[in-house]
Design a protein around this ligand. Sequence first.
Ligand code: SF4
Length: 432
Amino acid sequence: MLSPAVTGESQLVSLDSTNQPGGSGSPLFGLNQQALAARMAAIGEPGWRGKQLTEAIYRQRLTDLNEITTLPKPLRRRIAAEGWQVGRPSIVQVFQSVDGTERYLVKAGEQTVETVWMPEGDDGEAGDGSDSTDSRVPQVSTLRPGITIKLGAPDPSHLGTRDSDESQPGTGHHSTGAVGGNRFRATICVSSQVGCAVNCQFCLTAKLGLQRNLTAGEIAGQVISVFDRHAVEVGRDRVNLVFMGMGEPFLNFANFMAAVRLLVEEVGLSPRRMTVSTSGIVPGIERFAQESPEVRPKLAISLNAPNDRIREEIMPINRKWPIEAVMDAVRQVQLRPRERITFEYVLLAGITDQPEHAREVARLVRRTGLPAKVNLIAWNPGPGIAYTMPQPEAVEKFRATLAGEGIPTYLRKPRGRDIYAACGQLKRTVEG
Ligand code: SF4
């Protein structure tokens, strides 16, 4: 059954409205420099105070108005008295996996959403064009199983995987601090909605239904809170963002793109290190195609099936926008040099993991005429979902068949299965 939220164009539009806060007691986090300058101007302060606020909130990552020492003390007191607050979403609970992955519950209003930190990426979507992690990155090894922590400093062994010098293979080491010149690499998986309306049959988040859209501040705030926890230094550390957490970003398009703009323009991240995944919301892809390459992340299509018949079964959204309609929309995106479209493909035992499916996917990808690659994901089990994990031999055969057909193919490493952090497993398991 299609969820009512995705059955009609009008409902798509209603899901798409921005819900940026505006009142004086609303969070500053989520507003761009222009909006912060306007807030300052409204109380008779010069516009450049907006730049000071931007610097403090997004670059210095300050969360308390009183810490913003670039603002005169009387002004800090005044705006605090008027109810101004930074209001950045905060991490309220941490689940640590044996493989170093961390899953967070991040407070968004009265609810929580989930964000995932993967210390060496997942071999599927590096987000920066490098396709997979490279051999220079050592494995994290000294981890404790299934730890849940309430609000705390990160375990030093989880801080991520640092490369001491990218030009010297094999010299990586773990570090607990921001050692000069060192860098580490990781991927953060970000949520765009509380729950999801799309109802993919293999996905745990779908069980929640759509509860609400996240604001731009709540989306960008997940990233900055995780940066803070791991002392990420923008410009030095190599952190990729994938908008593949809870929700369908293109059903919250305006807020999603506003968050991306904040992350690019105010935080200083590169859109080439960001990838957004959509289940195939055609009007969203068409809008995405209009975005400037200066801010547009890379695009991944959650394909998951070799043809419309199977895709309709596992992704009811396909009845509204079948594969060819999605491909037509994707062709409108002007790719940057060397950029490729990613097709994500979840392997479900006996349903999508057969060699003939791989050959069909190869034909389909070739027919698009687009520079593309395929990321394979062996399905991650979740409670109450009646699919079966594919056998390792079936996964390898599928990968080899697709690669043999000349399609660049990557097998995504399962991350954080024990803490329900892997693809399709995100669901609020603990109320924030
Ligand atoms: S896979 Fe993505 S689009 Fe599909 S239900 Fe889950 S969160 Fe929504």
